[in-house]
Design a protein around this ligand. Structure first.
Ligand code: AQP
Length: 338
């Protein structure tokens, strides 16, 4: 983290672009819960990122509450961590513009998530989708966050945040003004794949409802999705090496491991040699046991939008109290008149 001496601070966010799924839970929110007692935490609902692709305004509002409720239902305590929506803290947009002038086109041209999302239709993508990782850098650095819990898919964006921080510090001779944020990626569940195709990640925007277990799914739906998950005709292997060319099987074993706190090796020592007729019901029971109670709490919270609004308003006030003085300093460093 270079010579940065500021406080250890965590920032992470999730887009209100659809229902919260098992990948978001294992790759991100579960880590939020673990980190909240150790760091000064800021968890945001990144609505400004969500509109980089079309969002129905009515759904966007509901999904913003849904993500906030998911944080709470999974165990994030709003008295400790600031939970807020990105658009409520103006400092994110202000710093993002300044960072747009620090980041280089060549850096953004290398972002694989942009390429994956636009496919062959780049001409029709929004400019916001292209500069998405610059806004993400602003989200992080507007709090001088030192640690960022994310799934594996965000690794490249985090490297870009570090490049932007380093270039800002260098260009403006502001040594160690921004920390070089560390991604917290490692651990089970960093990359959960679709239940229908083990080569693509589980994603909110997947057109197949059966590709994701959503936190809001009831017990029967969870069990049905796990039992319908794509596999192959062979039994489970005895050793992890046997998962190499079997992405769907590796994914299900990984989900079992992440939710049970065991390693893949331990899971295979229990289930190796058995067919999916034995493994899938055990996995379904485990996912139901861990996820269904979160879903119950999520529904209870979503029925109280007044409470959720209050959590977001309080969180945004606390977040702005940290971010505004940092942006003020940035403006001075850049040479803007006060
Ligand atoms: N499949 C996944 N496995 C592990 N972690 C994941 N994350 C997302 N998918 C997986 C992590 O969840 C956090 C929030 O991600 P996001 O919603 O802001 O953006 P995303 O990565 O683009 O998520 P989706 O579900 O794929 O959304 P859409 O379809 O709208 O693009 C991040 O920490 C991410 O790593």
């Amino acid at each position: 983290m270079s010579g940065y001496q500021g406080p250890m601070r965590v920032l992470s966010g999730i887009q209100p672009s659809g229902g919260m799924h098992l990948g978001n839970y294992l790759g991100a929110i579960r880590k939020f819960v673990d980190l909240q007692n150790e760091y000064d935490c800021h968890f945001c609902v990144v609505d400004m990122h969500a509109i980089t692709v079309w969002q129905d305004p009515v759904k966007l509002r509901a999904q913003t509450f849904h993500i906030a409720a998911s944080y709470l239902a999974a165990g994030v305590d709003p008295k400790g961590a600031a939970i807020f929506h990105q658009s409520a803290v103006r400092a994110h947009a202000e710093l993002a513009w300044i960072f747009n002038c620090v980041a280089r086109l060549g850096w953004l041209d290398r972002m694989t998530q942009f390429k994956d999302k636009v496919g062959k239709d780049k001409e029709r993508a929004s400019v916001g989708l292209y500069t998405y990782p610059v806004l993400q850098a602003a989200d992080i650095l507007v709090y001088k966050a030192t640690h960022v819990p994310v799934g594996e898919d965000q690794k490249q964006h985090l490297e870009l945040s570090r490049d932007i921080a380093a270039k800002f510090n260098h260009d403006f001779k502001a040594e160690d003004f921004f920390p070089l944020p560390e991604p917290l990626i490692k651990g089970p569940g960093a990359r959960i794949m679709s239940l229908r195709d083990g080569t693509v990640k589980m994603s909110k925007s997947d057109p197949s409802q059966n590709a994701c277990v959503f936190l809001s799914d009831d017990k029967d739906t969870i069990a049905r999705k796990i039992k319908k998950a794509k596999t192959d005709a062979e039994p489970l292997p005895d050793k992890v090496e046997g998962l190499a060319d079997r992405p769907e099987v590796a994914n299900l074993v990984g989900i079992y491991a992440a939710l049970s706190g065991k390693s893949d090796t331990e899971v295979l020592s229990s289930f190796g040699g058995q067919g999916f007729g034995a493994f899938k019901p055990a996995l379904a029971d485990l996912v139901v046991e861990k996820i269904a109670p979160i879903g119950d709490e999520l529904r209870r919270l979503e029925a109280d939008p007044g409470f959720l609004q209050q959590v977001l308003t309080d969180g945004a006030e606390r977040a702005a109290a940290t971010a505004d003085p940092i942006v003020k300093q940035v403006k001075e460093i850049v040479g803007f008149v006060a």
